[in-house]
Design a protein around this ligand. Structure first.
Ligand code: PHE
Length: 465
């Protein structure tokens, strides 16, 4: 009785299953893993955050990623088309999801600019100076240089997308990613030898249940969407290129394991070291924020000695490439949304979304400059009594804490009750068995939507009250 059962024609495919896994991983692994995960884990009490995060990834994240990729493969379309093909009235979810990359890209590129700055600083500036107190804030606050790095990072991204050399960049990443992992392991091991770091390790690994809160779950949830590139339509598009010959479930599991391992590794690198520097879990929690990576790792490089500057340069260069591939994927998404939505040529779409992200990026950066007084987190949501928020935090909050949970909730309802889980299960089974079928159904129909509703409501009540 529905018109959705006939398989859509398959578009140009990835070169095999690993082509998909690698492309999705290049999009997934980025600043979310290296920069955002460690500071959230530190902010929300270490082990308990890690535990909640991992549980969410293997249950909810798994179900949602299966749903999105299968939705894409089934319809052969990206987000807006995929939703409207299955049900015209649900097109708005695709539209809502499409807003997310426009919110993320500008501030993502701003952090990308910071990374670029640090990479260059290790050539031009003594490691001890980069490690000194106030170096980071001195750089980001009211400093014209930040616009320069932001724009360089964005122009590079736009140029790569415009020239269509993304694949080449991904190949570079394929070589550099293993290097990033090896280096992170090396830095983690070294960081653990710092005095006091072992109690930091305990803080990171042993859950303290008294630190559990609704805010923590929402933070972990938003981070999971962000890091796995979920709830913003991207995995739908990626799934639309995935061939029916290959095992979807296996690929999704690989991406999750890879992405989560790298995030955990970044935590090993940063959290014990910040514990060593600050002396207690409470101190780590109050100091954790967007600047954590830029404050802690330089002190580690500075303590290494003669090799420090070279390692610092190498490290930030690797993070730069990881960030660049993710930003390319984000900008590519913005471009195709504009091109499809307004029926524009690719060239015009690149120009239009390029102008938008540059303008927005500058605006977000002004939050550290002449708009430092602006605090929409406080004025709109009543947040930030104890903490200073900037425009960057505001946009991060809008995408990760508000839009993505809402898109995820609507996707669950759409799959669970409108198209029905069976449609997704059938799609998955076209290529292989579906081992996590039961988990998938229970998560999509019951656990995830209930969890999301409870969390969103209690959070609203909390912040409103
Ligand atoms: N997942 C990326 C990261 O962790 C960010 C990203 C989100 C990239 C969405 C592409 C699309 O950094």
């Amino acid at each position: 009785a529905d018109n959705t059962s006939s398989p859509a024609p398959i578009r140009s495919s990835w070169s095999g299953k690993w082509g998909f896994i690698l492309a999705a991983s290049a999009s997934a692994v980025g600043l979310g893993n290296m920069w955002r995960f460690p500071y959230l884990a530190a902010k929300y009490g270490g082990g308990i955050f890690l535990l909640v995060y991992v549980v969410l990834v293997v249950t909810f994240g798994f179900a949602l990623m299966m749903a999105e990729t299968a939705l894409g493969r089934k319809t052969g379309q990206s987000a807006i088309g995929a939703f409207s093909t299955l049900n015209k009235k649900w097109k708005f979810v695709g539209i809502l999801a499409s807003i997310v990359p426009f919110v993320i890209t500008p501030y993502y590129a701003l952090i990308g600019g910071w990374v670029t700055k640090y990479m260059i600083a290790y050539i031009t500036t003594p490691a001890s100076e980069i490690a000194s107190d106030g170096y980071f804030t001195g750089f980001i606050l009211q400093n014209p240089e930040t616009y320069f790095y932001l724009i360089i990072f964005l122009l590079l991204t736009i140029l790569i997308v415009a020239l269509g050399v993304n694949k080449g960049i991904e190949n570079v990443n394929r070589v550099l990613m293993p290097l990033l992992i090896l280096m992170s392991i090396g830095i983690s091991i070294y960081a653990l030898t710092l005095p006091g770091a072992l109690s930091g390790l305990a803080f990171y690994l042993i859950p303290d249940f008294s630190k559990f809160s609704v805010e923590l779950v929402l933070g972990a949830l938003g981070q999971m969407f962000y890091s796995l590139s979920l709830a913003m339509g991207i995995m739908i598009t990626y799934g639309s290129y995935f061939s029916r010959e290959h095992d979807l479930e296996h690929s999704v599991r690989r991406i999750e394991i890879f992405d989560t391992s790298i995030a955990m590794l970044a935590g090993f690198m940063i959290i014990p070291a910040s514990f060593a520097a600050l002396g207690s879990g409470e101190a780590v929690m109050t100091h954790a924020g967007p600047g954590l990576m830029f404050g802690v790792l330089p002190t580690v490089f500075n303590s290494i000695g003669a090799l420090g500057p070279m390692l610092g340069f190498l490290f930030f260069m690797l993070v730069f490439f990881a960030a660049m591939t993710s930003c390319i994927s984000l900008f590519e998404t913005c471009t195709s949304i504009i091109a499809d939505g307004f029926k524009l040529s690719r060239k015009t779409a690149i120009l239009a979304s390029g102008i938008f992200v540059v303008a927005m990026g500058i605006f977000v950066n002004m939050g550290y400059d002449n708009l430092l007084w602006m605090d929409p987190m406080h004025s709109l949501f009543g947040l930030g009594e104890y903490q200073d928020f900037q425009l960057l935090d505001f946009f991060d909050f809008i995408s990760n804490t508000i839009l993505m949970p809402i898109v995820a909730l609507l996707t669950c309802i759409f799959i669970g009750y409108i198209v029905k889980p069976q449609a997704i299960i059938d799609e998955v089974k076209l290529s292989s068995a579906f081992k996590g079928e039961k988990l998938f159904v229970v998560m999509i129909k019951y656990v995830a939507p209930v969890l999301l509703v409870v969390i969103l409501i209690s959070y609203t009540l909390n912040t409103a009250g």
